[in-house]
Write a protein that binds this ligand. Sequence first.
Ligand code: AQP
Length: 334
Amino acid sequence: MTKRILSGMQPTGQLNLGNYLGALKNWVKLQDEGAECLYCVVDLHAVTVPYEADKLADSTREIAAAYIAAGVDPSQSTLFVQSAIPAHSQLMWLLATMTQMGKLERMTQFKDKAGKNKERAGLGLFSYPVLMAADILLYQATHVPVGEDQKQHLELSREIAATFNTRYGVDFFLQPEPYIMGEGTRVMSLRDGTQKMSKSAESDMTRINLTDDADMIAKKIRKAKTDPTPLPDSMEGFEGRPEALNLVTIYAALAEKPKAEIIAEFAGKEFSAFKPALSDLAVAKLSPITQRMNELLADKAEIDRILAAGTEKAQALANPVMAEAMDIMGFWKP
Ligand code: AQP
């Protein structure tokens, strides 16, 4: 059976190296391996945190441009916008009726994003994993590429699918499998090796954006936090040195080589020698993507056309599933 992959990113800022190495690059691989891929811009998720309404549509286009620039081919993969398909929100409501609050309270992303004041956090943020379950189940996706941070949400999607099937005595929703690619790259902030690189982090110096030019990339890497000790000759030597490990991880992922090989190459070298090599590599790998993204963004109408066509294709898959779910639940229909 062909794998059907569903994944998405939020238009909460510009995509960065973490999004690229941790997700996007793998999406392209899956597409090139012949999986049926559905990639969406999850704008309904993005509005669960404060955002600027007058920038949302353009951010959505930027994310779509980044997908395409990184290698997602709209003629092979279905590229669409979540909010343009009402069934996502409709199914979410139905699934919310079979999701326990206690389970949502245990979600670490909610705890992280809500912070200390969880009483004041919005219902949208709290119910985020139910919307994610709807996104996945609506397309009967067989596999979902996930990083460490999303494993818990995917597990919940599987549980919700099982609850629906048991409650209504059907074998309707598929249980999506996690799809872990290779060793899975987790890119950390350039200023704090214990925090993940994130598009919504306040300081731009914590991340390399896919739109950064060569000078900006070099500046950010030059200023990236490190320590005064030269690079070690083994993985054990990175103990207590998260920033050093992060830069080596980024190098290995960009070079598509095992970390051990990079460690062997740079063992004993100072960061003053390693950082320029990392900058050159990052610029070489990212500049074609940046250039393509800029070309695409210069023609908004073309991006809109691609998104409209993809959304129509996705809608044709989603609507029958939605209708059948409502039928199973016994709703009146006109
Ligand atoms: N630092 C990272 N390293 C590896 N992978 C990462 N991803 C995000 N950050 C890293 C992966 O990128 C995809 C984007 O998912 P998202 O848009 O839902 O946002 P997120 O996971 O919450 O990532 P951000 O960039 O930190 O966004 P904000 O700041 O809005 O919360 C996912 O596949 C994720 O695993």
